[in-house]
Design a protein around this ligand. Structure first.
Ligand SMILES: *Cc1c(COP(=O)(O)O)cnc(C)c1O
Length: 240
């Protein structure tokens, strides 16, 4: 299968999931996760209509993003989806338009200061660890709806992030655990959707985006309200 054929198939799967959930396909953005794949693969995806791309490492993105932008016939939007070390934060705003992986007040504050220096606001999502897996980054939110301590800590941190002048908090992002059957990921996605609702009601704000769902589980994520799905292998094939 070519990248173009894969994208067509992913779009059909997205449309089917939207139909099941009575959602408009226009409300789900497909992010093609191009990490480890060359610029030529990105350009093939662009030719097949992809305009949003996800990368997870600053080192890899430093040459790749400007190269792809130079060669693309249409403007591309780049999404940072990987874990960010504080000392690499400065390199991100010149390359990426959206950062999905802001997982602490400290990192948010760093980005805000950088943006105040640069001028403008950075679109960010807060990465949330819903499942409690130790291996995952993200702000702690296990049992947030029943555990008052978890909820208070999270609310306090979000409250402080929301007032930072250099950021525009667009929503929440999560990664589901690896499971045998994608249906098992549903509670994680439903929990993230419920958390977004609770935060928007508490703080009286809009947070339009839910970034959730990858190759193995994006149809379920869409049924649970994802507005951005991050799909790598189903488009570009296995990574080395
Ligand atoms: C690699 C990656 C993806 C894409 O994963 P696939 O399983 O290849 O679709 C999505 N989100 C994040 C955060 C990733 O690191």
């Amino acid at each position: 299968m070519t990248i173009a054929e894969n994208i067509l198939q992913v779009r059909e799967t997205i449309a089917d999931a939207c139909a099941r959930a009575h959602r408009d396909v226009a409300d789900v953005t497909l992010l093609a996760v191009s990490k480890t794949h060359p610029v030529s693969a990105v350009l093939e995806a662009v030719a097949a209509g992809a305009q949003h791309f996800g990368e997870n490492r600053v080192e890899e993105a430093t040459d790749k993003i400007p190269d792809a932008n130079r060669q693309s016939p249409v403007p591309l939007t780049w999404h940072m989806i990987g874990h960010i070390q504080s000392r690499k934060a400065r390199d991100i705003p010149p390359l990426f338009q959206v950062v999905h992986s802001v997982d602490s007040l400290k990192l948010a504050d760093k980005f805000s200061r950088l943006m105040v220096e640069r001028g403008g606001k950075l679109d960010i999502l807060l990465e949330i660890n819903v499942s409690g897996e130790e291996s995952k980054s993200g702000m702690a939110a296990v049992n947030w709806s029943s555990n008052q301590t978890v909820r208070d800590l999270l609310w306090k941190e979000v409250e402080q992030i929301l007032v930072l002048p250099g950021l525009h908090v667009r929503g929440l992002m999560t990664m589901a655990p690896i499971v045998a059957d994608m249906e098992q990921a549903r509670p994680v996605f439903a929990t993230l959707a419920a958390l977004r609702l609770a935060l928007t009601e508490s703080f009286g704000i809009q947070m339009p985006d839910l970034s959730m769902g990858m190759t193995d589980d994006y149809p379920i994520a869409i049924e649970e309200g994802a507005t951005m799905v991050r799909v790598g292998r189903a488009i570009f094939g296995q990574r080395q």
